[in-house]
Design a protein around this ligand. Structure first.
Ligand code: CDP
Ligand code: CDP
Length: 226
């Protein structure tokens, strides 16, 4: 039942998508694809080139001339922009604060989705993002919409930053998350939305192990039956 299925994981910022996706992929021997990293990489390049994040035409042209590679590594997925590693650079506050502006453009999204769908062809993948269940893999065998209260999500991100030695305040993080969620869920082109047939999972009071167990149970009971 677990063979070559596709798991679509969507939800707001810092809900735990990438953490859970990584563990699931490992458990199942699947490939993990972080689509947020693709939007972050384009945003990073646009910032370097001083391209206005409101300029849809320039951004989508830029994307057509941009190579984004996601390569599985021992410590998780590594990201390469035009052959150069940008794994850490795309997590900066500057990128985080602008990525939703870049990601709102329809022509940018169309090209990203095209690339993402190519990565999915063979199945055996866990993909996380905002529009995976609704647009990228509308016929995914498993769809999960992962939620947690914004306070809990800010707390989780705060702990991440503390561990990495990044100074930040809980208040600022919560504001940043709220702003990004607002932009992501109100844009016209494939907004952040639960797919009709997605399983909603509120992880506010669940630890990582519990979330993984719940989804593996879904895989074993529903996987491949679609
Ligand atoms: O990990 P975090 O929640 O901070 O965000 P991410 O998954 O790295 O995504 C960064 C941003 O990319 C999101 O806030 C969205 O604006 C955009 N994104 C998107 O529009 N569609 C996706 N499938 C994935 C990300
Ligand atoms: O990918 P996304 O932005 O949705 O979130 P993440 O970066 O995977 O998760 C943010 C933080 O929350 C990570 O440090 C996870 O370890 C933590 N987390 C948690 O404490 N409990 C969960 N049930 C899920 C994630």
């Amino acid at each position: 039942k677990r063979s070559k299925i596709r798991i679509a994981l969507d939800g707001p910022a810092a809900a735990g998508k990438s953490t859970i996706a990584k563990v699931l992929a490992e458990e199942l021997g699947f490939i993990y694809i972080d689509t947020g990293a693709m939007y972050r990489t384009l945003t990073y390049k646009a910032i370097q080139l001083k391209i206005d994040v409101e300029n849809e035409k320039e951004l989508s042209n830029l994307l057509l001339n941009t190579l984004i590679e996601l390569i599985p590594g021992a410590k998780g997925q590594r990201v390469f922009l035009d052959g150069q590693e940008v794994t850490e650079k795309i997590r900066s506050n500057e990128v985080t604060s602008q990525v939703s502006m870049v990601a709102k453009h329809k022509t940018v999204r169309d090209e990203m989705v095209k690339r993402q769908q190519k990565l999915v062809e063979d199945g055996g993948i866990v993909m996380d993002g905002r529009d995976i269940g609704t647009h990228v893999i509308p016929d995914a065998e498993i769809k999960v919409f992962m939620l947690a209260s914004v306070e809990e999500r800010a707390r989780r991100r705060f702990e991440d930053h503390k561990k990495q030695g990044i100074k930040s305040s809980l208040e600022t993080l919560q504001k940043e998350i709220e702003e990004r969620d607002f932009l992501d869920s109100t844009r016209a082109a494939s907004p952040l939305q639960k797919a009709e047939d997605a399983v909603e999972l509120d992880t506010t009071s669940m630890n990582i192990e519990e979330v993984v167990k719940t989804i593996l149970h879904l895989v074993d009971t529903r996987g491949g039956s679609v």
